[in-house]
Design a protein around this ligand. Structure first.
Ligand code: ADP
Length: 379
C-alpha cells in the first residue's frame, strides 16, 4: 500500500487511539526545586500524584493549608528527564499526524523560570555551543528530539512518499514580528490570504533536506533570540518564539494514480512569553491595559482559549477573537478546525511560586476544555 493508502485506511487520530476530544491535549511538567530556592526557605508544594493528576498544597493563615487537585492528560514530575517527555506527552503521534496532513502545535506555557525553554529547546548553553551533536544531548528539548523522530519517519517512508520540509523561526515581541533566521527583518506584518490563512510575508523559509539543516535552524534561531533581545534591550521572557516546519508530501512515484497536489502538514513549536502578571485573563480595566501594553498576544491567547472552551462546553457559536493579536492570528489554524495541539504547562514546585502555579494550572484547565473539530476527512 502507498503512504496515502495507509493514511486513508485510518485517520491519524484513530491510528493513535485518539478521539476528537483529544485534539487538544494538556500536559503539566513540574521542574525540580533548585538548591537556591531551598536555601531561601522554599519548599516543594506541588506533587504529581499519578500520571494524570497533580496536587498543590496551598499555604493558608496560621499554619493551615488547603489541597487542590487537578487532572490533565499527562502530569510529569521533577524526576522526568528530557528523553521521556516526548512519549509521555504523545509527541511522536502528533508528528506522525503532521506527516499525514494535520496542523500540529506544541506550546509551552508558564511563568518565567518554570522550564518552558528547557522543555521546548533544551539547555541554551548546549544549543549555542559549536558543533551541536558534540554537546550534552541529554538536555535536548522537544524540538531537536522531534526533528530526529520526524526525519527518521520520513526516511522510513521514502519508498512511498517524498517529503519536502521548510523551516521558519520567528519571535513576537510587543506585537512586533522579528525573523529569527534573518536579524535584518524586523516588524514584519501579518497578512491574510484565503488559501494560506494568516502568514508573514517575507519570513525566511529554509528548505531542509538534511537533519543538520534543521538543527542549524534551531541553533541559529536560538542564538538570534539572544542577540536580538540584547540589541533591542528586551527580556526574552517577554517574547514568544515560534519555530514552524511546513511539510509537503507527494507519492514517491510520479506515475502514481493519486499523484496530485501535495498533502500539506505543519508543525509549530511555541515557546510563549512568561505568563506572570496575567493572573486573570478575564479581567478588564487596569489589568487589561497593563497586559495589553506588556503582552497583548498572551492576553488575547487567554481570551481565545476561554472563548473556545466556553463555546465547546455550551455548544454555542461564540465569537473567537483570533484577530486581536499577532500570536493568535498566527496560531488560528492550530486552534480549531483541522488541528492537533499539545499544551505543556510548566510549573515551579516552590512554595514561593504557588500563586503563579495555581494560575498556570487554571489556564491549563481551561485549555483542556477546548475541543478542536477536525474538518479534514481521511476516507
Ligand atoms: P522559562 O523558559 O520558563 O523562563 P527555563 O526553561 O529557562 O524557564 O528554566 C529556568 C532554569 O531551570 C534553567 O536554568 C533550566 O535549565 C532549568 N530547568 C527548567 N526545567 C528543568 C528540569 N525539568 N530539569 C532540570 N532543569 C530545569
Amino acid at each position: 500500500a502507498s503512504g496515502r493508502g495507509a493514511a486513508a485506511a485510518m485517520s491519524p487520530l484513530q491510528a493513535n487511539n485518539l478521539s476528537e476530544a483529544d485534539n487538544i491535549k494538556v500536559a503539566v511538567r513540574v521542574r525540580p526545586l533548585f538548591p537556591h530556592e531551598t536555601e531561601r526557605g522554599g519548599t516543594s508544594v506541588v506533587q504529581v500524584s499519578s500520571n494524570t493528576t497533580i496536587k498543590v498544597v496551598v499555604p493558608g493563615p496560621a499554619g493551615t493549608s488547603m489541597q487542590r487537585d487537578f487532572a490533565f492528560h499527562a502530569c510529569l514530575g521533577p524526576e522526568v528527564g528530557q528523553a521521556d517527555v516526548l512519549h509521555l506527552c504523545g509527541v511522536p503521534q502528533l508528528l506522525d499526524a503532521a506527516l499525514a496532513g494535520y496542523n500540529v502545535t506544541i506550546v509551552a506555557y508558564g511563568q518565567t523560570g518554570s522550564g518552558k525553554t528547557y522543555t521546548m529547546s533544551g539547555r541554551e548553553e548546549v544549543i549555542s555551543s559549536d558543533g551541536y551533536s558534540g554537546g550534552d544531548t541529554q538536555h535536548d528539548g522537544i524540538m531537536t528530539r522531534a526533528l530526529q523522530h520526524l526525519f527518521a519517519a520520513m526516511q522510513a517512508r521514502k519508498g512511498d512518499t517524498k517529503y519536502g520540509v521548510a523551516a521558519s523561526y520567528l519571535e513576537i515581541y510587543n506585537e512586533g514580528i522579528y525573523d529569527l533566521l534573518n536579524l535584518k527583518a524586523k516588524n514584519l506584518p501579518v497578512k491574510w490570504d484565503a488559501a494560506l490563512g494568516f502568514y508573514v510575508p517575507g519570513l525566511k523559509q529554509v528548505p531542509c533536506t538534511k537533519i543538520d539543516t534543521m538543527m542549524d535552524v534551531i541553533r541559529t534561531g536560538m542564538q538570534h533570540r539572544h542577540v536580538g533581545s540584547h540589541e533591542l534591550n528586551i527580556e526574552s521572557s517577554r517574547s514568544h518564539a515560534i519555530m514552524t516546519l511546513t511539510l509537503h508530501a507527494t507519492p514517491a512515484d510520479p506515475a502514481a494514480a493519486d499523484y496530485g497536489a501535495p498533502r500539506m502538514g505543519k508543525i509549530s513549536f511555541v515557546d510563549l512569553a512568561g505568563s506572570e502578571r496575567l493572573k486573570d485573563t478575564k479581567s478588564e480595566g487596569a489589568m487589561l491595559k497593563e497586559t495589553t501594553n506588556i503582552n497583548k498576544s498572551l492576553f488575547v491567547l487567554g481570551k481565545v482559549i476561554s472563548a473556545l472552551a466556553e463555546r465547546d462546553s455550551a455548544g454555542t457559536s461564540a465569537h473567537i477573537p483570533y484577530r486581536d493579536s499577532k500570536l493568535t492570528k498566527l496560531l488560528m489554524d492550530c486552534l480549531g478546525g483541522n488541528a492537533l495541539a499539545l499544551m505543556i504547562a510548566c510549573c515551579s514546585p516552590a512554595s514561593t511560586a504557588v500563586e503563579e502555579t495555581l494560575s498556570t494550572l487554571s489556564y491549563a484547565t481551561r485549555a483542556k476544555n477546548i475541543q478542536n473539530r477536525p474538518t479534514v476527512q481521511y476516507d
